[in-house]
Design a protein around this ligand. Structure first.
Ligand code: CTP
Length: 209
C-alpha cells in the first residue's frame, strides 16, 4: 500500500523577510504518516515548514508554499493508493512577491492576494479508480455541515472533521478529537486522545481491507 500524506502549514512569501502562514504544527499529519508506516505502508510525507524531526523510514519532501506543495503532491499522487491531506494549505498568496524587503510608506498598506490551487479538489477531480482520498476540515463553527460540504465538493472518500476552536483539539496541540465522515454516510467519532493514538485509529478505519 502506498500512502501519500501532507502535513504542516504552507508559507506564502510577501517579501524577503515577511510571509503569511497559519498555526498548523504538522503534528497530526506526521502522526498519520508514522501510523501508516507502522501498518506496513510505503509512505511519502510532503511537509510544510514545521519544528518536527523527519520520521524514520518515511520519504519526506520539504516544501514551503502552496504552489510547491501542489507540485510535490501531484508528482507522488499518481501511484498513491491512499492520499491524506492533513496540511493546512494557504487559500491565498500575495500576488506580487518582492525579492527585497518592502520599505514602509506613510499611510496604510493593502496587500493583494490571489487564490491558490485547491490541491485536494484537483486530486478529487483526477481520482484514479480505487484510490482513497482523505481530507481534513478544520472548522471553528458548524463542523459537520462544513465538513460534509467539503467531502462532497472535493469528491473525497473520507473527511476528518476537526473542531479547532475547542481546547486541546487542533492546531498546535498534542491531542485531538475527530469525527470521520465517509462518502457513503458513515460517521465515526474518535474521542479526545494523543494525536498518535488518533492517527492509528484513523488509519485502521481508512485502510482498505
Ligand atoms: N486544501 C487543499 N488546498 C487548498 C486548501 C485546502 O488541498 N488550497 C485541503 C486541506 O489540506 C484539507 C481540505 O482541503 O484537507 C480542507 O481544507 P480547509 O482549509 O478546511 O478548507 P477549504 O476548502 O480551504 O475551505 P475554507 O478555508 O473556506 O474552510
Amino acid at each position: 500500500m502506498k500512502v501519500l500524506v501532507t502535513a504542516g502549514p504552507t508559507v506564502e512569501r510577501i517579501d524577503a523577510v515577511r510571509f503569511i502562514s497559519n498555526r498548523s504544527s504538522g503534528k497530526m499529519g506526521y502522526a498519520i504518516a508514522e501510523a501508516a508506516r507502522d501498518c506496513g505502508c510505503e509512505v511519502v510525507l510532503v511537509s510544510g515548514p514545521v519544528n518536527l524531526d523527519a520520521p524514520a523510514n518515511i520519504e519526506v519532501e520539504q516544501v514551503e508554499s502552496a504552489a510547491e506543495m501542489s507540485q510535490a503532491v501531484h508528482k507522488h499522487a499518481v501511484d498513491a493508493d491512499i492520499i491524506v491531506m492533513a496540511a493546512a494549505v494557504a487559500d491565498y498568496t500575495p500576488k506580487n512577491k518582492l525579492d527585497r524587503k518592502m520599505k514602509k510608506q506613510s499611510g496604510d498598506l493593502t496587500i493583494e492576494l490571489e487564490r491558490t490551487e485547491d490541491i485536494l479538489q484537483t486530486l478529487g477531480i483526477n481520482k484514479c479508480p480505487g484510490q482513497v482520498l482523505v481530507g481534513f476540515a478544520a472548522e471553528t463553527e458548524d463542523l459537520i455541515k462544513y465538513a460534509t460540504e467539503k467531502l462532497q465538493r472535493k469528491n473525497l472518500d473520507w473527511i476528518a472533521a476537526n473542531d479547532v476552536s475547542a481546547a486541546r483539539r487542533g492546531f498546535g496541540t498534542d491531542t485531538n478529537e475527530i469525527t470521520l465522515l465517509s462518502r457513503n454516510g458513515k460517521k465515526i467519532s474518535i474521542p479526545l486522545a494523543d494525536k498518535k493514538n488518533v492517527a492509528r485509529k484513523i488509519l485502521k478505519i481508512i485502510l482498505p481491507e
